[in-house]
Design a protein around this ligand. Structure first.
Ligand code: DHE
Length: 513
């Protein structure tokens, strides 16, 4: 309705055949915040690589974005000029944008007002803090996990994606946005420490076991940026070049704590990379390198020392990973294929294939013990099923039929249930609660008909579950994890992921890592 009023009033005011000059309109209205080169400034980069997933750009230009600095331009730009601007900002740049290590370093902004507290400035249990990412207006709410009181609400960079990563002591959190900004926030002091732009279009971040290093997986440029987590200064930018020297985007990076390494999924090359986060990381020792690499170390790029890189060559690129609890094995899948592969990271090769049709979203997988055997479950983005796989012999235990394709899964050691959303399709308002032993759906919650209800997170002790009403005028709904009754509703702006400090830093089985 609002949109119709705005557009009709625009048409009334505008000359019928207004000549649009989007470059001039951009320079006059957008460049101050989004950069003359469209690569971003205080506002996000306006290039197809970062805007590809944003819907209703015309409306954002006309009306602005609530609770952000983005103003509406309906008073100065008519519908024709707005449409031309949309074409302008979604057209590829003449030259592929570059973001060199110097640019990364120069983008670092530390908060001059930051005062590190000696102890938490609140009474809540610092280990039971839960962060809620609110994508509606690009904020994070800091919740007391016992009372569900909001302790702070702070602005994040534009379009946060993937799980924030906590320092091993749970005090600091690092948050990444799709346009490459990494923000450091001090939970004890409830203050931002600083931020840096590690890439132009980034996927996710990982933190090393010792908490010293942060890795940022970038699509643009094709690189891995490693930051010193203490002050966010860049420690190394690794250009990601496949064996044949072609650049590859990095789909995701994960921490493998027991290996003291980062593991990278390469989007455009049939390789998995492992990067050492300690000078003594096991896989890089001569004795440890499998015979497959012995004698070929030069060609395969096996290296030694901090940030040494090891390549594992596979048949096809994989987008998404899941790891066995001891991180010796990795399950990978690509977005186009219908199978998963199990790669043994010690021997550096594929040891099994898995029947995983319908775009498994392994990054959301979880594991638990069932009948004395460890199983893992993964949703599928393309099909209404959850695959449950025996991790000892890699057989398919069951495909649980759901009311539609889901995105996220969560459980907790203390809970007999796993919570699985139905993110896509007409039943996106449903959340299945599934018994971890019988693998049957025991309850389907749908408190908001027609509205997306997704992504669950448990409190530290597993007694409560928080679910997002994933809408602009949304909420976080708190459930008793045992009775499955609602106990509280907290209004939020399009809440997406929620992350409990304790569950994350202890690598609780029921949460994605
Ligand atoms: Fe995500 C995590 C990849 C689209 C919200 N998403 C992840 C991770 C990967 C991934 C590899 C694990 C990284 C981590 O947490 O460190 N996501 C992808 C895609 O490839 C995909 C399908 C397409 C894309 O454009 O990137 C995709 N993701 C989305 C969305 O459309 C979602 C729903 C909304 C959004 O904000 O972009 C979305 N992804 C999330 C969230 C997590 C995530 C909330 C963290 C989940 C968690 O509990 O840890």
């Amino acid at each position: 309705m609002i949109r119709r009023i705005v557009l009709s009033s625009l048409l009334a005011a505008a000359p019928l055949f207004a000549q649009a000059d989007p470059a001039a309109d951009y320079a006059e209205n957008c460049a101050t915040c989004h950069g003359a080169d469209r690569l971003g400034g205080t506002g996000p980069a306006l290039i197809p690589e970062t805007l590809g997933r944003v819907k209703g750009i015309d409306r954002v230009i006309a009306e602005g974005r609530v609770s952000t600095q983005m103003a509406g331009f309906a008073d100065t730009l008519d519908g024709t000029r707005i449409a031309a601007l949309v074409d302008y900002v979604t057209a590829p740049l003449a030259q592929s944008p570059d973001w060199r290590p110097d640019d990364v370093a120069a983008s670092r902004e530390m908060n001059a007002d930051y005062q590190p507290a000696e102890a938490p400035v609140f009474d809540a249990d610092p280990m039971n803090i839960t962060l809620v990412v609110e994508t509606g207006d690009h904020h994070v709410s800091v919740l007391d996990g016992d009372t569900f009181e909001v302790l702070d609400r702070f602005a994040t960079p534009f379009a946060v994606h993937g799980g924030p990563k906590f320092s091993p002591d749970g005090r600091f959190v690092f948050i990444m946005s799709r346009d490459g900004w990494v923000q450091k926030y001090d939970i004890w002091s409830l203050q931002e420490v600083g931020r840096i732009r590690a890439g132009l279009n980034s996927r996710n971040i990982a933190i090393s076991r010792d908490g010293k290093w942060l890795a940022v997986a970038n699509y643009l440029p094709a690189s891995l940026t490693i930051l010193d987590s203490s002050d966010l200064s860049p420690a190394k930018v690794i250009d990601v070049l496949a064996r044949d020297k072609t650049p590859s985007r990095v789909s995701a990076v994960y921490q493998a704590p027991s290996r003291d390494s980062f593991i990278l999924a390469l989007k455009d090359a049939p390789e998995i990379w492992e990067v050492a986060t300690s000078p003594d990381a096991g896989p890089f020792h001569d004795g440890f390198v499998h015979s497959y690499e012995v004698g070929m170390k030069e060609a395969l790029g096996a290296e030694q020392g901090l940030f040494a890189r090891r390549r594992i060559v596979i048949d096809e690129p994989v987008d998404d990973f899941f790891f066995s609890p001891d991180y010796s094995e990795l399950i990978g899948a690509n977005r186009d294929g219908n199978k998963g592969v199990v790669v043994n990271l010690d021997v550096g090769r594929i040891i099994a294939e898995l029947p995983l049709p319908g775009l498994p979203h392994l990054g959301s997988g979880i594991t638990w013990e069932r009948d004395g055997r460890r199983v893992m479950a993964s949703p599928h983005l393309g099909e209404g099923v959850l695959s449950v796989i025996d991790m000892q012999d890699w057989t398919l235990v069951k495909q649980i039929k759901t009311d539609g394709p889901g995105f996220f899964l969560r459980s907790h050691d203390a809970s007999p249930y796993l919570w699985a959303d139905v993110f896509f399709g007409p039943n996106r308002d449903r959340m299945h609660v599934i018994d971890k032993e019988t693998l049957e759906i025991v309850r389907t919650l749908a408190p908001f008909p027609g509205q997306t209800f997704a992504h669950a997170e448990f409190t530290r002790d597993g007694s409560h579950v928080l679910v997002s009403l994933w809408e602009d005028d949304g909420a976080v709904v708190v459930y008793d994890a045992r009775t499955l009754e609602e106990v509280k509703r907290l209004p939020m702006r399009k809440p997406s992921g929620k992350y409990n400090v304790w569950n994350k830093i202890t690598f609780e089985d029921g949460t994605s890592h």
